[in-house]
Structures are given as structure tokens and as C-alpha cells.
Design a protein around this ligand. Structure first.
Ligand code: SIN
Length: 288
């Protein structure tokens, strides 16, 4: 069987069939997958099941995998530190899980670091009966559909990325400690993809402020840019099937987990990230 590629939406995404990720891939087949990845930004593999060891071997073809040193041992797959467990399950008494869940705002993985991961791979193990979808947004299209005036305004601007956390501001010491534990990074608001050379908008819901501006000044522009980006015509909604492996390019996409399911049910994903190149700098300046 030969590899087949089928586009999943106008904006982005392609389904790959005819490839068995449980077997070593020859260079020609891997080259086709790499080209498809750069062209479609999200790849959905619907092939025969594979083991964790085979999953890691496939991920390694794309570069060095993060071993998630800062993660607690119970958040990683035993013997495979490259695989983190993204699991939502009901409370022990069977009631629906509550509170935040992984990936619930528009973001791009690890953008709070100066060298965010280039790609993410997410493998489904268990799905709720209905929903649990993930959406992806094409940030090349978001950039390319801005006016020339806006593109000019954004030239040279940097945005401060930080994970979605509430910082303890009760005392200056606690605030300093919260900042230390939650690093922030300034990235260019327009990012040049290191492999395609194309420009993509690099904004998300996880931005605190623009460098050199107050949060109040920054907010309306950032809100406009995210809303402009995530219009339906730039978005693909992935409806998971059991055993899907989805991989995406963080350098030109945002994604969001919709949480559109009954949280008395289990949703279990296994995630890996491919280390990326340095494109930002550690930011210790004001966030207000
Ligand atoms: C993520 O945001 O990395 C996870 C997305 C998902 O679980 O659908």
C-alpha cells in the first residue's frame, strides 16, 4: 500500500493513510511525510495501532524529543519520559471532573520558552463517547490576510508569552517568586518559519503584554489579532477517532482543546514534543 494524502479542510490539515507507523519508515516515505507536514501543518495518521516504543521511534525522525524533565513522574509514561499523559478523568466518586483542563485556550506549545517546540504529536488512547475535539488555526493565513498598514505596524514588535496562571501578587517577594516559577519570553509578533521562510502571526491567548507598552495599551491590538486569526475560515476542527495520531507545526499554528464532552468520561491522550530552535529571549520586564 502506498502513502495517500487527503486534505481535511481548506485552511489546513491532511489525513495520511497507507503508512504503518509500527514499522521503520524508509527515507522516501518519511520525506513525503515531511513535505506534507510543511504544506498542510496538521497531519492525521489513521493507520494500524502502534506501541509506545514505536511512537517514540517515529517522533525521533522529526528531531530531538523533549524528555520533560520538569514533569512529575506520574505525568509521564513509565519508561518513556518523552511521552506525557494528557488525561481527564472523573473524580473518584464518579462525578464530572472540574476546573481547568489541558489546552483550553488558543495557544502554541511552549511559547513561554525562548526555544519552543517545533512540532507536537498527540496520540489518542481513550475517547469520551462524543466530543473532546481539538481545533487548529493557520497563522500563515492570519498574517497574510492582514492589511499592509497593519503588517507595517507589527514590524519589530515583540509580545510577552507566559503560561495561563494567576500570579501571586500579595507581597513583592511572592510576586518575584511567582515570576521565577513562571518564566516569560518575548517573541517577535511575526515569526519567520525556519523551514519554509514564510511569515506567520505569533500571537495567542497566552500573551501578557507587548514589550515597551502597558498591558492596557497592548490588549486591544492583541485581542484584534487573535480574533482575526481564529475566524472559521482559518480553522480546522479535528473530531478524534480512536487511535488517531495527530501532529502539528507550532511554528505556524494555534490550537485549542474544546472540552466539549461529558467530563464524567475519560479522555486520554499521549503527547510528545520535538525540540525547536531559539526564536525569543527571556523577559523579566513589567507585565502590567
Ligand atoms: C494541547 O493543547 O496540547 C492538547 C490538545 C488536546 O488535548 O486536544
Amino acid at each position: 500500500m502506498t502513502l495517500q494524502i487527503r486534505k481535511l479542510s481548506y485552511a489546513l490539515g491532511a489525513e495520511i493513510t497507507g503508512v504503518d507507523l509500527g514499522k521503520p519508515l524508509d527515507d522516501a516515505t518519511f520525506g513525503e511525510i515531511q513535505r506534507a507536514f510543511l504544506e498542510h501543518h496538521v497531519l492525521v495518521f489513521r493507520g494500524p495501532p502502534f506501541t509506545r516504543a514505536q511512537y517514540v521511534a517515529f517522533g525521533r525522525r522529526f528531531g530531538e524529543l523533549d524528555t520533560n524533565e520538569t514533569y512529575a513522574a506520574d505525568k509521564k509514561a513509565p519508561e518513556f519520559p518523552q511521552i506525557t499523559l494528557v488525561v481527564s478523568k472523573p473524580k473518584p466518586n464518579g462525578e464530572a471532573a472540574t476546573g481547568r483542563f489541558n489546552g483550553q485556550d488558543w495557544h502554541t506549545d511552549h511559547s513561554h520558552l525562548p526555544d519552543p517546540c517545533s512540532a507536537t504529536l498527540l496520540h489518542n488512547i481513550e475517547l469520551p463517547g462524543l466530543g473532546g475535539d481539538t481545533q487548529f488555526c493557520n497563522m500563515y493565513r492570519a498574517y497574510e490576510t492582514l492589511s499592509d498598514g497593519m503588517k507595517k505596524l507589527l514590524e519589530g514588535l515583540h509580545a510577552v508569552h507566559m503560561e495561563s496562571v494567576v500570579l501571586d501578587r500579595s507581597t513583592p517577594e511572592r510576586y518575584a517568586e511567582a515570576r521565577r516559577l513562571n518564566p516569560s519570553t518575548a517573541h517577535p509578533i511575526v515569526r519567520v518559519h525556519p523551514e519554509t521562510g514564510r511569515k506567520a502571526l505569533y500571537v495567542s491567548d497566552q500573551i501578557k503584554t507587548l514589550v515597551g507598552m502597558t498591558a492596557e495599551e497592548s490588549k486591544p491590538l492583541l485581542r484584534f489579532l487573535v480574533e482575526h486569526a481564529v475566524r472559521p475560515q482559518n480553522v480546522y476542527r479535528h473530531i478524534w477517532q480512536k487511535n488517531d495520531l495527530v501532529m502539528w507545526d507550532n511554528r505556524c499554528l494555534l490550537h485549542i482543546a474544546l472540552g466539549d464532552y461529558d467530563r464524567t468520561q475519560v479522555r486520554h491522550m499521549e503527547k510528545m514534543t520535538v525540540n525547536g530552535n531559539r526564536c525569543g529571549y527571556t523577559y523579566d520586564g513589567p507585565l502590567e
